[in-house]
Design a binder for this molecule. Structure first.
Ligand SMILES: C[S@@+](CC[C@H](N)C(=O)[O-])C[C@H]1O[C@@H](n2cnc3c(N)ncnc32)[C@H](O)[C@@H]1O
Length: 240
């Protein structure tokens, strides 16, 4: 199992929480810099997969600093519940949400995706952007999302994947293993956090392998949508 800090004790979950608490103040800046701003386009593409549903109740798991929840609020659901493990990431999300006067639509919740604090069949749709890779137990997290979604409810996941073709495969590998940890380490002041990112991204199941995980948790996979030459992928699945 890939954990953020090789020299520290503690479960992956504890370490992931520590890491995001540490990097929270610089997370947004780093995200936009290291992805050249493309991360916002990917989040907008996630929202496109929800728009026609007109889902009243949406859950954003691993919401972090809330960028996806804020995008989702624009399609006028009754409520977006935005949950995260890291208090410091949520504190930044809270500031952004209050500044945009979205606090009546977006309900922030501190919690664990592997033990969701919601009843069965509660949500019409759920999203996870760059969260599933950080779960300690992927199946437990996906099964919990399945439990809280209603029958035929839609799950949209955005996660890093790997370009498969020459020369992008090689360019991406060079960027993610050499450039990104270097820049990320300098700006975040947490070298380990930006070594963990490529390590976890390179070993995480992508494409068909990830849809197998979705199926194991009880979902029917509907779409695999590679983004920007396959650097990230959007997965759309339905609770069956
Ligand atoms: C890379 S950030 C993504 C944040 C946001 N979704 C985005 O698109 O920028 C991953 C987030 O997952 C959260 N996370 C990791 N494991 C979690 C868990 N078991 N339960 C809830 N949140 C978790 C972290 O605290 C962190 O805020």
């Amino acid at each position: 199992m890939v954990k953020p800090y090789k020299n520290l004790e503690g479960s992956k979950k504890e370490q992931v929480r520590t890491m995001f608490n540490r990097i929270a103040p610089r997370y947004d800046l780093l995200n936009h810099l290291l992805s050249f701003g493309i991360d916002n386009i990917w989040r907008k593409n996630v929202v496109k997969q929800l728009r026609e549903l007109k889902a009243p109740l949406i859950l954003d798991v691993a919401t972090g600093t809330g960028d996806l929840a804020i995008q989702i609020a624009k399609i006028d659901p009754i409520a977006v519940y935005a949950l995260d493990l890291s208090e410091e990431m949520l504190a930044i999300a809270r500031e952004k949400i209050e500044k945009r006067r979205l606090h009546t639509t977006i309900q922030l919740k501190h919690g664990d995706s592997e033990e969701l604090p919601f009843g069965n069949n509660f949500f019409d749709a759920a999203t996870v952007a760059f969260g599933v890779r950080n779960f300690e137990n992927l199946q437990k997290g996906l099964s919990e999302i399945h439990r809280v979604l209603r029958q035929d409810g839609r799950l949209v996941v955005l996660e890093f994947s790997r370009p498969k073709k020459f020369p992008l495969k090689q360019l991406y590998h060079f960027y993610i293993t050499r450039i990104l940890p270097w820049w990320g380490g300098i700006i975040s002041h947490d070298k380990d956090a930006y070594s963990y990112l490529p390590e976890s991204a390179l070993q995480f199941p992508d494409g068909k392998d990830f849809t197998k995980e979705l199926q194991k948790a009880g979902f029917e996979s509907q779409k695999i949508l590679p983004q920007t030459f396959g650097v990230a992928t959007i997965y759309v699945a339905i609770k069956k």
